[in-house]
Write a protein that binds this ligand. Structure first.
Ligand SMILES: [Zn+2]
Ligand SMILES: [Zn+2]
Length: 372
């Protein structure tokens, strides 16, 4: 079978910028030197490009994890063109196909089942899904966003203006045009490209799966550090509408912190989160499955298997009761007509069920830890 045609524009952009970053940038540094401003401007522009993709293209436009005003959307649209990753309309359409058909080698545009190289960059080098390129039927909502359509129609000149204009302007101001073109222009683009590409490649190949193993997506804290929080990809594929990828407050997810801050400043709203009850059940289900797999390697494990299932069922029961009681208590708290006595009764009951759940969690965790 003939291979699809090569997309020369992409091949040339990736190889020329890659070579310049590898050879030209260090050469210029040795001969003329860089200073702190080169570093600062490069880091800030990597942040602008990266967050425009993760907070804008990904969590806002592809998944509607929150809403934001037109000014922020224009800032994302310009940053997305600067990141040179196609228009938000095209990117989001590809990304929705990726979620829908994840790991399907025919349909997932960057299926990690086809290996690291293909899912990282190979998928962009040939016309693998030519028939789908102009098909935007899966993004009708985005066609109604004037910012998305403006960026899509003006993508070529916007990306040229940002990729040349921003480094030139900073270089002119700093008095080193070539140095800034190399660092803010080329090095920034290459780093920004590859860290985003890692989400499609590494985050589907390396890490663990606490929420689901129905697809290849992995959670990997290390990858989260250089992908603006997108390394918690197993969580993301399980609960894609959640504005967070790292759900614990301490998990490195600057995209989540940005969205949260925009909300607090009144610049964003309708932040969507998955309820803790669903998350906890998904984790318990995964642990049960892993423990069962571990047990299948042991002889005469029937008794342990029965115990495991009983404890799992107890856990689910406790989760249901505790979250139900919490809901009832919160409902009462909201309602002023309820007697104070009833409210404190409901709270007492909730606290008791919560501590029962905690005890059961500990039993469950120490049991599964032996086999999972
Ligand atoms: Zn993915
Ligand atoms: Zn996604």
């Amino acid at each position: 079978m003939n291979k699809p045609n090569i997309i020369w524009t992409n091949v040339l952009i990736f190889s020329i910028t890659g070579l310049v970053a590898l050879i030209g940038v260090p050469w210029y540094g040795v001969v003329y030197g860089y200073d702190g401003y080169h570093l600062l401007a490069t880091v800030l522009c990597i942040g602008y490009c990266g967050m425009s993709i993760t907070a804008g293209y990904h969590r806002l436009w592809s998944h509607h994890a929150y809403e934001t005003n037109i000014v922020i959307r224009i800032i994302y649209a310009i940053g997305g063109a600067f990141a040179l990753q196609n228009s938000a309309l095209h990117w989001s359409s590809d990304h929705r196909v990726h979620h829908r058909y994840v790991d399907n080698n025919e349909k997932d545009p960057y299926s990690a089942k086809k290996g690291f190289w293909y899912s990282h960059i190979g998928w962009m080098l040939r016309e693998y899904q030519r028939e789908r390129y102009d098909d935007y039927t899966n993004v009708p909502d985005l066609k109604r966003d004037p910012v998305v359509m403006w960026q899509h129609k003006n993508y070529i000149w916007l990306s040229a203006a940002t990729n040349f204009g921003i480094p030139l302007a900073i270089g002119f101001w700093h008095g080193d045009i070539w140095g800034m073109l190399l660092t803010v222009g080329v090095l920034r683009l290459v780093i920004s490209h590859h860290v985003t590409f890692f989400i499609n490649s590494l985050a589907h190949l390396w890490g663990h799966q606490p929420y689901s193993d129905k697809n290849s997506a992995k959670d990997n804290a290390l990858i989260a550090y250089f992908t603006f929080g997108e390394g918690y990809h197993n969580y993301h594929h399980s609960f894609q509408f959640d504005y967070r990828n790292g759900i614990r407050w301490w998990q490195f997810d600057p995209t989540k912190w940005l969205i949260w801050s925009l909300d607090k400043l009144g610049l964003a709203g309708n932040l969507r989160r998955c309820g803790n009850e669903r998350i906890e059940k998904a984790k318990a289900q995964m642990l049960l499955q892993k423990a069962n797999d571990g047990l299948s390697k042991l002889p005469n494990a029937d008794e342990i298997r029965d115990k495991l299932h009983t404890e799992y069922e107890h856990l689910i029961e406790h989760i249901n009761q505790a979250y139900e009681a919490k809901k009832a208590w919160l409902e009462m708290k909201k309602n002023d007509l309820i007697e104070a006595y009833d409210k404190s009764e409901a709270m007492k009951q909730y606290k008791e069920l919560k501590s029962n759940l905690q005890e059961q969690r500990e039993r469950w965790n120490s049991l599964v830890a032996q086999y999972a």
